[in-house]
Ligand binder design. Structure first.
Ligand code: FES
Ligand code: FES
Length: 153
């Protein structure tokens, strides 16, 4: 049995310590916004925050998340950065098929938290591991700039 705090709610889950956090979140806590892409740390579709830091949940054992604040795409809109990112995503219609976008939004929200006014280089560095098969990279970059503007206005 392991206790996790996800989006401020406590979950007690009957899972093995070495289960990937992604499966605990999706299959046991039933929060399916976080996506499974490659499963081996290459695409970042599975990105969540642990104490505010972005991590790939497919490659993080659930035991490492115990005692930490886990934030998923279902909860990121409660933060100032997440809200600004989600609004910019809607205004600029960033999403195409949408599959990679929970991970993109989680990485973008973490970037804005630590770098409120990122330049293109900061964005490329922070978002470089998030793969989008629909090639929405230009709109993602514009969305991050728009969210940064809105937050600082
Ligand atoms: S599913 Fe985790 S990095 Fe691809
Ligand atoms: S929007 Fe389709 S994979 Fe990124």
């Amino acid at each position: 049995m392991i206790k996790l705090t996800i989006n401020g709610t406590e979950y007690e889950l009957d899972v093995a310590d070495d289960m990937p956090l992604l499966w605990a979140i999706r299959d046991h806590a039933k929060l399916t916004g976080t996506k499974f892409g490659c499963g081996v740390g290459l695409c970042s579709a599975c990105t969540v925050h642990l104490d505010g830091q972005p991590v790939q949940s497919c490659s993080t054992p659930v035991s490492l998340a115990a005692g930490k604040q886990i934030t998923t795409i279902e909860g990121i809109g409660e933060t100032a950065e997440g809200k600004a990112i989600q609004e910019a995503w809607k205004t600029l219609e960033v999403v195409q098929c949408g599959y990679c976008q929970p991970g993109q939004i989680m990485s973008a929200a973490a970037l804005l938290k630590h770098t409120p006014k990122p330049g293109d280089t900061d964005i490329d560095k922070a978002m470089g591991n998030n793969i989008c098969r629909c090639n929405t990279y230009h709109r993602i970059r514009a969305g991050i700039h728009a969210a940064a503007e809105k937050k600082s206005a």
